[in-house]
Write a protein that binds this ligand. Structure first.
Ligand code: CIR
Length: 254
């Protein structure tokens, strides 16, 4: 059960962050704020206490708080984000996390982005991607293994992060792209494969029995309805323009 989430207000210059999605158009700040507020309201509606951290004008991607830490009930791991422009964001999350958990850090040359880290019960999948290198993935694996978790490294060959292609729907159910569904790392799970036209919707956020999904992906919605899940759709257009998705906008704590 998640009880708490940490988010950060997007800064006015959020469109200066890193993106590969220029074809989706110019990001709109007031719409971004509206969509972010709806995200926060949804988490609160699901019973979570949400801490909203202030915008960080020096770091236009800093509202993607998921990337700077990996939090379990036992520990908060401050990652070492793989994009140079974003690396300094990690210090800005320390004050709130050190109030709540013992902290450990991923040390250079290791790099990790939290978007590459998928927890499914006691199992962690750690993507090795353009942002998370093998040294970082192994450091994180060693830290989590010491707390009794099982860790598996997964090469990310397409997309920004592991969780762009696979997320948890609770229990052993995963929402997953065709590409990841073919990998043996996920063979023991119940895989719900998104339509190739709807790959963005593979990033869903599962909170205490409810699946939050981006609006506008009807065939993924059908999959979720078929599973009998409570579903909330959120407009994610402005986050998507900056290569972000649902999970990256929060850190969830139990
Ligand atoms: C970046 O390229 O780092 C940001 N514009 C998007 C980060 C998205 N984070 C995530 O999926 N965990």
């Amino acid at each position: 059960m998640f009880t708490h989430a940490i988010v950060r207000t997007p800064c006015e210059g959020f469109a200066d962050g890193i993106t590969t999605a220029c074809e989706l158009g110019v990001p709109d700040y007031s719409l971004m704020l509206k969509q972010h507020a709806a995200y926060v309201d949804t988490l609160r509606g699901l019973g979570l206490t949400v801490d909203v951290l202030p915008a960080e004008p020096d770091f236009p991607d800093a509202h993607f708080v998921e990337d700077v830490a990996v939090v379990t009930p036992e520990v908060a791991v401050i990652t070492n984000p793989g994009a140079t422009e974003r690396n300094g964001e990690k210090e800005r999350i320390v004050p709130i996390l050190e109030e709540r958990r013992p902290l450990v850090r991923i040390e250079a040359p290791g790099t990790v982005d939290g978007g590459d880290v998928l927890q499914v019960e006691r199992q962690f999948f750690i993507g090795v991607s353009g942002r998370t290198n093998e040294a970082g993935a192994k450091q994180l694996g060693d830290i989590l293994t010491a707390y009794g978790y099982t860790c598996t490294l997964v090469p990310v060959r397409e997309g920004l992060h592991l969780k762009c292609g696979v997320t948890s729907l609770g229990g052993s159910d995963l929402l997953i792209t065709q590409e990841f569904a073919a990998r043996e790392e996920f063979s023991g799970y119940t895989l719900h494969v998104v339509d190739p036209d709807e790959e963005y919707a593979a990033n869903a956020l599962y909170i205490n029995g409810t699946v939050i999904t981006p609006a506008g992906f009807p065939s993924t919605r059908k999959i979720l309805d078929g599973l009998g899940r409570n579903v909330v759709e959120l407009d994610m257009t402005e986050t998507r323009k900056m290569d972000g998705a649902l999970t990256c906008l929060s850190l969830r704590l139990s």
